[in-house]
Design a protein around this ligand. Structure first.
Ligand code: UT7
Length: 336
């Protein structure tokens, strides 16, 4: 399509809480051990917020501040905010408006995206549309999560409690007239038939009373539920599928990918994705070992870290792909 602009990522920043929680720390809270967690997920440690001091909005704000600085821009240059999270500070309003306030942005639009682990892929694609049409020049895209206080830290909740972590990262998405660079294509998908396979249902708006008088509130549904095996099965199919779709759209091949950043769900899932696509180790970046699964924040945290390590250079073909609760999934191809 004949667009005048392409979207490049002109700056990135990340924020991880200082508090490191190792597998051994978790084994003191419930029946688990480093060997089980490492073998099944590859995770060695994750970060948890300091409760009452760090929130999804504050982590997202700090990551955004760093991204704006990295892009060598000022707060006033930001035209729009897209904030992806499944753990906003409040049921409403979303965290985007808090970034607007905390950074003293102009009264620009602020949109929250509710697409779980694929949140950043969706958010990036939304930003890309506004840039391509020429409506905005610089858009802040944030992914941030506080999972540690949502998990049930007991034997009942241990399958999820060992996986998820807290953190944030942000990207400034900017317009360029160089149509050989930037986001080449992206795709987004969903299959709502599996909505309850990975979900936090309470406090639900389906009852007459959400809190007081809600019989479900103190039951199992106050905690997130995950059918781990089914999520795993779909994740290892859908991510390679969406990567192939993106390559097909752009007439590129898996060999052309310089760096694939899969959503950091589970190192075994990332391994399967790599194998299915026939990629080698150097073509895939993972950092779940240090941060666990930070849902909407996982891809930008990994992309930011890869960039800091010098693994993403101008001209590289970078591919992002994610799968998560919804089910939702998708992929993005970027010529850096
Ligand atoms: O971001 C997208 C969201 N999520 C994902 O991508 C996660 C996808 N799923 C997974 O990563 C895996 O299914 C898990 C890592 C969650 C679980 O691995 P699994 O190989 O599917 O294990 P399982 O749930 O089938 O459980 C195997 C055993 C069970 O014991 P029995 O019944 O065999 O005696 C569990 O009770 O492991 C037990 N178990 C644990 N043991 C120690 C479950 N969680 C733990 C734990 N520590 N944390």
């Amino acid at each position: 399509m004949g667009f005048q602009y392409h979207s490049i990522i002109s700056g990135m920043g990340k924020y991880l809480p200082d508090r490191v929680v190792t597998n051994d720390d978790l084994s003191k809270m419930f029946d688990t051990n480093d060997e089980w967690i490492t073998e099944r997920t590859g995770i060695k440690e994750r970060r948890w917020v300091k409760y009452g001091e760090e929130y999804t909005s504050t982590m997202g704000t700090e990551a955004a501040r760093r991204a704006i600085e990295d892009a060598q821009l000022e707060a006033d240059d930001i035209d729009f905010v897209v904030f992806a999270t499944l753990t906003p500070d409040y049921p409403f309003p979303g965290c985007g408006v808090m970034v607007q306030k905390n950074l003293g942005l102009r009264n620009v639009g602020a949109l929250d995206v509710r697409n779980q682990c694929a949140g950043f892929i969706y958010a990036l694609s939304i930003a890309d549309q506004f840039i391509k049409t020429g409506m905005y020049k610089n858009i802040l895209v944030v992914g941030a999560e506080t999972q540690s206080n949502v998990m049930q830290k007991t034997n009942e909740g241990r399958d999820m409690a060992v996986i998820f972590g807290d953190g944030a990262a942000a990207a400034v998405v900017s317009a360029t007239e160089d149509l050989n660079r930037g986001i080449l294509t992206s795709n987004m998908h969903s299959e709502g038939a599996y909505a309850e396979e990975l979900a936090l249902q309470e406090p639900s708006n389906r009852h007459e009373f959400r809190i007081e008088g809600n019989p479900e509130l103190t039951g199992a549904k106050q905690w997130p539920y995950m059918n781990g095996r089914n999520v795993f099965k779909h994740a290892v199919t859908r991510m390679p599928e969406s990567v192939m779709e993106a390559l097909g759209e752009t007439n590129l091949k898996t060999d052309d990918i310089d760096l694939l950043i899969p959503h950091q769900a589970n190192l075994r899932i990332a391994e399967f994705v790599k194998q299915k696509l026939g990629l080698n180790d150097d073509q895939v970046f993972n950092n779940i070992q240090k941060y666990g699964n930070t849902t909407a924040a996982s891809i930008p945290i990994a992309l930011c870290e890869a960039k800091e390590k010098g693994l993403v250079k101008q001209g590289d073909l970078v591919c992002l792909t994610a799968f998560g609760s919804g089910f939702v999934w998708g992929a993005t191809l970027i010529r850096w």
